[in-house]
Design a protein around this ligand. Structure first.
Ligand code: SF4
Length: 321
């Protein structure tokens, strides 16, 4: 555990019992509104902070002296990330700076005053970058087609360039657990690959380090938190893009699973951090040609699914969340 996780554990876990930790946002009471200041809100906030601190620690995301560029779209995820990072700044023994950056892509109707007003109200350094990627996307993509892929590529390139100009050491994005799961499923179902959005990576330009501090946090919890905090959310459909139908399908499928088989989701997420290359089919990860009997026994061999007894997921799954 690194310093940030330790600080969060000490300050936030006091008073949280096991039940609280399992159900921080009241998933059992599905559509309940979480009111700021209530016990439920307190638990939700603690859970988000705890999971963020843990992800930061697990992937060594933040070090002493880091300058973090928090990418702010104006969506619930980015506000929650910024809010949680700012909290961690106050309790972590490591010192790091945060600069909020918004890329104004010139979508029609983008309320350009909202984010600057918010940053000034909370007193955080910020920069607004203005680049008309909207016109480029509209020009290049046929009407009715999904524009997100080109739009995101352009946005990424600009943010990487700005990060270098500003001399930041990390670029923080607000992707959460559900984004990671959807991407995992998309890659598997449509891309023929086992891969997803990692919590930390070297960016495509080979120079910037990207981190995803909310990697362990559920989207549903972020939404409840953002609503309770009354963040000034900027809607994400201003560009008029058609939703990506494949991603939408993954979202619907996983939402169904979450409702009826929540342990499947936990197990799947845990599985991403628990890979056994010798029990997959990727010859680049395991040398099937060279291994010989007597070289050691695979602890998690084939036995698990050979057993006759029904698997008890709560016993067999290491619950990350
Ligand atoms: S929804 Fe619009 S702004 Fe967002 S990534 Fe897609 S095209 Fe870009």
């Amino acid at each position: 555990m690194n310093d940030i996780a330790a600080a969060v554990q000490l300050s936030d876990l006091a008073g949280l019992d096991a039940q609280d930790q399992q159900d921080p946002s009241g998933q059992s009471g599905h559509n309940e509104v979480t009111v700021r200041g209530s016990r439920r809100f307190e638990l939700l906030e603690k859970s988000i902070r705890r999971l963020t601190g843990r992800a930061i620690a697990d992937f060594d995301m933040i070090k002493d002296g880091d300058v973090i560029m928090a990418c702010m779209s104006g969506g619930a995820d980015s506000y929650t990330m910024l809010d949680t990072l700012r909290y961690l700044q106050t309790v972590a023994p490591v010192k790091f700076e945060i600069i909020a950056v918004n890329l104004d892509q010139k979508q029609p109707g983008f309320p350009e005053h909202v984010l600057p007003q918010y940053f000034e109200r909370i007193g955080i350094p910020y920069r607004i970058v203005e680049e008309d990627t909207y016109s480029i996307v509209k020009d290049k993509i046929a009407p009715g087609k999904t524009t997100c892929s080109l739009c995101s590529r352009l946005r990424r390139g600009i943010l990487y360039r700005v990060a270098k100009e500003m001399g930041v050491t990390k670029i923080a994005l607000g992707h959460h657990r559900d984004d990671i799961l959807h991407t995992f499923m998309l890659n598997m179902f449509y891309g023929g690959k086992i891969k997803t959005m990692p919590p930390k990576l070297i960016a495509d330009d080979g120079e910037n380090v990207v981190i995803r501090p909310l990697a362990y946090v559920r989207e549903a919890d972020i939404k409840k938190y953002a609503a309770a905090m009354e963040f000034p959310i900027i809607p994400c459909n201003l560009c008029g893009s058609q939703p990506n139908l494949q991603r939408q399908a993954m979202r619907e499928m996983l939402n169904e699973w979450e409702k009826h088989h929540p342990l499947w989701i936990k197990s799947m997420f845990t599985a991403m951090a628990n890979i056994t290359p010798s029990h997959m089919l990727d010859r680049s990860l395991f040398d099937f040609a060279q291994f010989k009997p007597g070289q050691g026994k695979e602890a998690s061999g084939d036995t698990l699914f050979d057993r006759d007894d029904k698997l008890d997921q709560s016993q067999s799954v290491i619950n990350l969340l």
